[in-house]
Design a protein around this ligand. Sequence first.
Ligand SMILES: [Zn+2]
Length: 943
Amino acid sequence: MPKGSFLSKALAATFIVLTISVIGGIITMIILYKTEISGMNPTARPTLPPTTTAPPPVMRLPPNLVPERYTIFIQPHFYTKIIEEVNVTSPNQTMLFTGNSTVEFRCVERTSTIYLNSKDLKVSNPLVKNTKTNEKIPHSSMISHDDESNFLEIPLNEHLEAGKNYSLFLDFEGEISVNLEGLYLSSYVEGGPAYEGDRNAERFLVATNLQPTDARRVFPCFDEPQLKAEFDVTIIHRRGTDALGNAKVEDFRILDDEWEMTRFKLTPRMSTYLFAFTVSEFEEFTVSKPTPENVDVKIYARPDAVKAKSTEYAASITGNILMFYEDLFDMTYSRTLGKLDQIALPDLYPAAMENWGLVTYQEGGLLYEEGVSSLLHKEEIVTVIAHELAHQWFGNLVTMKWWNDIWLNEGFATYMSYFAVDNVEPSFNVKDMYAMNDLHIAFQEDALASSHPLSPPQEDVQTTSQITEMFDSITYSKGATILRMLSDIVGEKVFNKAVKMYLKEFAYKSAEQKNLWEKIILAGEGQFNDIAMKMEPWTKQIGYPVITINTTIGEVYQKHFLFNSSSESSLWWYIPIRVMPDTSTDPVWLLSNERVRNEKFLSEPGKWILANVNCTGYYRVNYNPENWEHLLTQLEVKPSPIPLMNRAQLIDDAFNLARAKLVDVTLALNTTRFLHSETEYLPWESAVRNLEYFFLMFDRSEVYGPMQAYLQEQVKGLYDFFSNYTDHSQVPKDHSSQYSQIIAIEVACSNGLKKCVTMASSMFSLWMNGTNIINPNLRSVIYCQAVAAGGKEEWEFAWERFQTTNDTSEKEQLRKALSCTKTTWLLGRYLDYTLNPEKIRLMDVASTIIYIAKNEAAQAQVWNFIRAHWDYISLGDGAMVIQAVTDRFSTKFELEELERFAKDYDLRSATRAVEQAIEQTQVNIQWVRENKDNVLEWFEKNI
Ligand SMILES: [Zn+2]
């Protein structure tokens, strides 16, 4: 509908049209909610118009038409409650949504066909007009391409001329999804059920989740990120519900007894994947000052959660984070939107989505329950909010041109969140911890030959599955790590200046990575003209290097670091190296793949050299044996001269170099010897994470016993350090000490330290008898350890609590704890529950299976389960599930099974994960064969 002819009468007319089409369609479209949810079969698709079987020319829309504005009406027909009372006829739930859209677009290249995207929608009544003359353009029948392009093709009988503006009107209808995709249904229980099986307390809402390619399932559109447009949106919803959209409300009116409408103000130019709306009975909570001027900041949640004040913590930090970014980026949050809503949804996958002006979160990402949530949960909330709010600039204001550069969204949002969290919660001291965490996550994935470049060529990222696969740890963690390295190379001042210039120039537009290098050059005023040359090997090649320093002759060289040492690679990088004890401010550059000598790598006799100080570089470091020896001695005698991050990194490097067979495995194990007197979190975390690989490889073998005995010894000091707190169920004040305390309990209990297991079991049994004295911080670990040490009674108690509690945190802690039992039939029962969305929510299916897969007692069971139910599991995050269940694979038999799985199953977006798992299994088989004896001997000797 063209602009201007719009209000009152036209709106009423539209509504009538909608209602009539509803009556026609309602008979075929009504889906009984219960049948749908219990069957969990993929939603039946509406009938599509005639379909062509010929493949489309490409997956991408032709560049001849550029959208400028969408005017959209959408009416979701669902009910928020289905009351079942005697003598009251309640309507059945309906999953229908109907609507129409008018997209105005500019023709930039003469054409006689309109291509746009539409998926699972019944589209009808196309009307093409010249917007200036209002003349209709005649057309032939529409063609829906029944393939991954999701093209809707409208062949015209006349040409559209370059330079002219046109509009396309379409009616559409579709089904509200139950799979958390597109426009989907979510539910929660209000108050509490009056009796078991009481459905009257159940409430429904709808929300959208459109990244990356699901906008086309809600309305026909040019569904590519660079095709930005303004959105004029009207939602028609049932009386008594509230609709939220990207922008502020422009108009609200009651239409009749059953329906009302909310029309939103025009949005700024934005990508289709950022379009969002919700319809619910949620309540709002206004965020207290300080907030940016002229921006209304609100949080929405279930009425019960707002009443319980669970939105308060998020409300207390949101304004500060927004203002911090406004200042850092020198760019205000969108005043066109003038509002930022954050909503806690009972169902959402992934954890949160940055929709412009309407950020959606899983409840755990936004709700903090005083006395129930752990203190550390605050960190999760502030981190996810900081990430999503950074996207309001990186992603929403400036968007990547195409999905191959999604790291410009995710890498920036991840990296910027370090600073925002540090600013609003300085006592959490997260900057180093987050940098270290991202570095290690990226290192892990990127050491496989089947990794992918941070910024692959566009043609490698075409289909929806390929795009979805891009949302992985390379994009997020390597993205953030590379930005941290860039900032270190050019200095924070130049980096921040370039960031501001980048945001200013590309606001409301799209950018690619070369635009970032251009701004660095400008901001650096000639100092960094070769930055693209230096950075692109890091973004366009897979993997990362290991540098090897020989400190006796001052020599250094690089090599592509791969776990699989038989993989050949000639890749190399421009590497900035900061060295200790050298104190100059500029890094030494390694600019070739040759062996290079430099006196900065030459050590004084008996002294050590440390490279990659504070781990600002994305590479590993190996040394000559003498230097390793000096470093290890320093760690055992007095670790403090070595920066904390490097203490953790030395462990991580040694273990991973051993995995790649570049050093002996005993060197890696030797780096854990100083831990008996270490109480800092980072080194312990690094050791525990690395030893996890040893557990995965050996927890089904005779190495397990001596390994447990060694760790019991090493952790005693740390456990005792915190026992005054732990025994009284208290926690230290310092944030990172709180982490260390949890590690202490986890390592001590899981390796069988008696006093730890007794402590956990007795606290849990106190709870079973009525009083839960367990500190919220320690609940997750103690619940798990108590369930592991217990049997049927403990498990069933935990399950009962899991079902009845309305606290999001408590639910999460219990969901994890239930996976810790060692009893096989209980594990089997729990696995079966993941198939029933009334027991385990769809968004939690993948993570629950992953929890269970981590338990060695469930290994074979989970693998069988995944294969038996792959159709269902792969609807969610199949890639993560595959990664978790294959973590222990280290036999030829397991490899063959995995290869058979790859051949026989439709892997969907888990294709790369399966490839990586096969490669990892091959590496594991060889590693176990070569190292098992040495490892066993080392542990036996060091007990
Ligand atoms: Zn993100």
